[in-house]
Design a protein around this ligand. Structure first.
Ligand code: SF4
Length: 421
């Protein structure tokens, strides 16, 4: 076991709220569908939510030796199923146990039609200062196809409330989540959606491509030939349109799927991609306190048993386990390359403990794998810094990133072994 370095403790925390009204057709997250009428206050699902929050509070109470947090992210699931008081209690508990820095970014994920304006008021009073609204589409036909519960009317109402809080300074920023390359979506559909999304005034967008995950309704439908996704050419056109349109509106693409106007980059997002550690709390949540990832059980019973075992040991096990290792270099490279600024390879290699000679030797073998991407201009180089081009490099990023794993597997065992810096 390594020596615990509390001075280097994580400054970010993720709290997972696993409840949703229903499971959307594309979703494979660790969520618990409670029915369309569920709420954290009373009625369907409320007892389940209360029992879960009790466990979450117990897990937070296990943290020791932590440093004040600079970012907190309540994600899910649908955290806006919780009442403002439940969010307030969670944040107060975390504040008392771990501490918040002045000006900490505190984000709440919300879904349209799962809260009203009074709830939003309550969340803001509880300390939330950034909202991420999961709308996914600005078209009722696609919302239906995705299995979402909300409709355009709900989206517009939610956006109006949030924008009002933002413009009055009570929220410092907010994000819209959208999905592109939906079944049977064409370029015109997407252009219309993106223009409508721009009209609501959000200073940050997260835009993902639909992917079909194992075990989802979409996967079953795809096997029956019922899900027809746009081909690669159309998907690339959509991404190119997204990038150039948002750039024309003053947004910078600071990561493959994230765009922000100046001053609105999500600090919490950047922690994930910088390779820094973060705390994670909750059923199915992933933490990486010192870089090495640790995932909690995805079932309620498994999570409860895990908390009980942690309470018996008297110390947050993932904290200690994390001290013995760190994020592997190949992962650090992968997440780093997702960012607009890319990565400084020599810096990362030497941080990993390779000598200059080793770094150059291993770099040469990686460069050979990236040959085509560099030739085509999808990947550019300045000194030791490598960046994906926007939009083409980012659009085909999977090919470039996949080469990293092949390269990593080809290295001698003593080069990839984890060592304590
Ligand atoms: S609301 Fe989000 S987390 Fe919940 S099922 Fe739908 S996609 Fe998954």
């Amino acid at each position: 076991m390594g020596v615990v370095d509390f001075g280097n403790a994580p400054r970010s925390a993720y709290l997972h709220i696993p409840f949703c009204h229903r499971r959307c057709f594309y979703c494979d997250f660790a969520v618990v569908p409670l029915g369309d009428k569920a709420s954290g206050l009373e009625g369907p699902g409320s007892l389940s939510i209360k029992a879960y929050l009790d466990l979450l509070h117990r897990e937070i109470a296990l943290v020791c030796g932590a440093a004040p947090l600079s970012t907190v992210y309540l994600g899910g699931g649908t955290p806006s199923l919780l009442t403002p008081n439940q969010i307030k209690d969670l944040l107060n508990h975390l504040r008392n146990q771990v501490g918040f820095q002045d000006g900490a970014e505190i984000t709440l994920e919300m879904d349209p039609a799962s809260f009203n304006k009074n709830d939003l008021e309550g969340y803001v009073e509880a300390g939330v200062n950034r909202v991420s609204l999961g709308i996914q589409s600005f078209n009722d036909r696609f919302l239906e196809i995705l299995g979402r519960r909300h409709r355009i009317e709900d989206i517009l109402q939610a956006c109006n409330w949030i924008d009002e809080f933002y413009k009055s300074g009570r929220l410092s920023s907010w994000n819209l989540d959208l999905i592109q390359s939906l079944p049977r979506q064409n370029l015109l559909d997407w252009e219309t959606e993106l223009r409508e999304a721009l009209s609501v005034g959000a200073p940050h967008f997260s835009i993902y491509e639909l992917s079909i995950e194992p075990g989802t309704v979409f996967e079953r439908r795809e096997r029956k030939g019922e899900v027809l996704l746009p081909n690669e050419e159309i998907a690339l056109e959509m991404m190119t349109f997204t990038s150039s349109t948002l750039s024309g509106f003053g947004f910078s693409r600071y990561e493959i799927s994230n765009y922000a106007v100046p001053g609105h980059v999500s600090r919490h997002n950047r922690v994930y991609w910088s390779g820094s550690g973060w705390w994670g709390f909750g059923q199915g949540a992933t933490s990486a306190p010192w870089g090495e990832r640790f995932s909690r059980p995805r079932t309620r019973n498994g999570y409860r048993a895990w908390i009980e075992s942690q309470e018996e040991e008297g110390l947050h096990k993932s904290l200690i386990a994390g001290c013995a290792s760190r994020m592997p270099l190949d992962e650090k490279l992968m997440v780093g390359l997702r960012r607009r600024e890319g990565v400084d390879l020599m810096h990362l290699f030497q941080q990993w403990g390779w000598s200059r000679d080793q770094s150059e030797e291993y770099f040469n073998s990686l460069e050979r794998r990236w040959g085509r991407a560099m030739l085509e201009g999808w990947l550019s180089r300045r000194g030791w810094r490598f960046q994906l081009s926007d939009p083409y490099g980012m659009a085909i990023s999977n090919q470039v990133l996949a080469e990293i794993f092949v390269w990593w597997d080809s290295l001698p065992e003593d080069a990839v072994v984890v060592s304590i810096p």
